[in-house]
Write a protein that binds this ligand. Structure first.
Ligand code: PGA
Ligand code: ZN
Length: 398
């Protein structure tokens, strides 16, 4: 039984206000803070009413705090349904999806603590699995100024252990930093919101830099390193055209470009190559690349089971990005993961560009049996998740 709860304002990695919630079950408790996106999908739930964290806190004080006292915390689905009912809208626009997320995960953490099991076991039952890290190396789009048009250039090292894979991802990050500094002698090279390098290079230059850094680190260490991109194409799509810093592509040219990343440049992971209603265009890319790559929908699906169903019917992708605060509760997220998994789509549990140091996504990735966890490469708020996975892998958390 829930005996108490509280919410507070804390700060995220961009220095913006984030919401954190605590749920108490007698002497046990769970606390969770919600992250914030920059390239948010059209069909995500609303993070805060009128973008105002205070309004979420007012809503909590007026409508939630008393309503959840005495509720059976072990009934997660009922708890999450109660949040929907108290909100009363279909997109959490009254309480804010980030308040719902923080309360929902805080409740799960409190129950895990009460049952004396780790969160990943509470979420995933008896078959947890360690994912591989997928980390952002060069970034642009809405995550930095004057960076590449493609939002993220990513790697996933396939080391013997999670620790090794994180280590090799970091070596690629360091190598790319060196290459960029050499190349842009008179400019400063900085870090974007997710601690990927950001610099005034074209997308083509970024592809070359990624390939040469990965070749070097991969052969020096005899490890396979997969290349990836998140186009976040919504953020540079306008009126039928994809507008890059140095070129404009039609829809068909954009499709060809996405395919060429795999066929010519060997990229394995391709997220949101098209704007978020072009399910058919995604299908074309997925069918032409086939099983040699993971084509993933983020803004396409926004972790929403109805949209994932459409993607399954049209064979739009073979992967789904999973972000709890796109849909607002743990139960809705679990429904999306089950639907995807049942239909042989891989899941990738993901951070947001504005993160807190909360590590719950590490546990979700393990519990959901996700193939990858997308949580950056460096930066304390990113490493909070990756370091937690190193502990889980070692068996320290059981
Ligand atoms: P975000 O984007 O800024 O919405 O968190 C991250 C992503 O597109 O994967
Ligand atoms: Zn994305």
């Amino acid at each position: 039984q829930i005996t108490g709860s509280s919410v507070r304002k804390i700060f995220d990695s961009r220095g913006n206000i984030a919401i954190e919630a605590t749920i108490n079950i007698g002497n046990y408790s769970g606390t969770c803070s919600a992250p914030a996106g920059a390239s948010t999908g059209e069909t995500e739930v609303i993070a805060y009413p009128d973008r105002d964290v205070e309004k979420s806190i007012d809503f909590y004080n007026r409508n939630i705090r008393n309503a959840i006292i005495g509720f059976n915390a072990l009934a997660q689905r009922s708890f999450d349904t109660l949040l929907h009912d108290l909100d009363g809208t279909d997109n959490f626009s009254a309480m804010g999806g980030n308040l719902a997320t923080a309360l929902s995960i805080a409740n799960a953490k409190a129950v895990a603590s009460y049952l004396n099991i780790p969160l990943y076991r509470y979420v995933g039952g008896l078959n947890p699995a360690i994912p591989r890290p997928l980390g952002n190396i060069i970034g642009g789009g809405k995550h930095s100024k004057r960076g590449t048009t493609i939002q993220e250039f990513l790697v996933s090292s396939q080391g013997k252990s999670f620790y090794d894979s994180v280590y090799y991802n970091i070596l690629v990050h360091k190598k790319v930093g060196e290459i960029l500094s050499d190349k842009l002698k008179n400019q400063s090279v900085g870090l974007g919101d997710e601690k990927a390098w950001t610099a005034d290079v074209s997308d083509e230059e970024a592809i070359d830099i990624m390939k040469s850094a990965v070749n070097e680190i991969s052969s020096d260490n005899k490890v396979k390193i997969l290349l990836g991109v998140d186009f976040a194409a919504d953020s540079f799509y306008n009126n039928g055209k994809y507008i890059y810093k140095n070129k404009i592509l039609s829809r068909d040219e954009q499709i060809d470009f996405a395919i060429s990343l795999n066929k010519e440049h060997g990229f394995y992971y391709i997220e949101d190559p098209l704007f978020d209603t072009d399910f058919e265009g995604f299908s074309e890319i997925t069918s032409k690349i086939g099983n040699n790559a993971l084509i993933v929908g983020d803004d396409l699906y926004t972790t929403n089971p109805e949209r994932i169903k459409k993607g399954i019917e049209l064979k739009s992708t073979n992967g789904v990005l999973i972000k709890v605060n796109q849909i607002g509760t743990l139960s809705d997220t679990t429904e999306s993961v089950k639907l995807a998994t049942k239909n042989k789509m891989e899941t990738v549990v993901s951070h947001r560009s504005g993160e807190t140091t909360d590590d719950f996504i590490a546990h979700l990735a393990v519990g959901f049996n996700s193939k990858l966890i997308k949580s950056g490469t460096i930066g304390g708020e990113r490493l909070a998740k990756l370091n937690e996975l190193i502990r889980i892998e070692e068996g320290l958390i059981d």
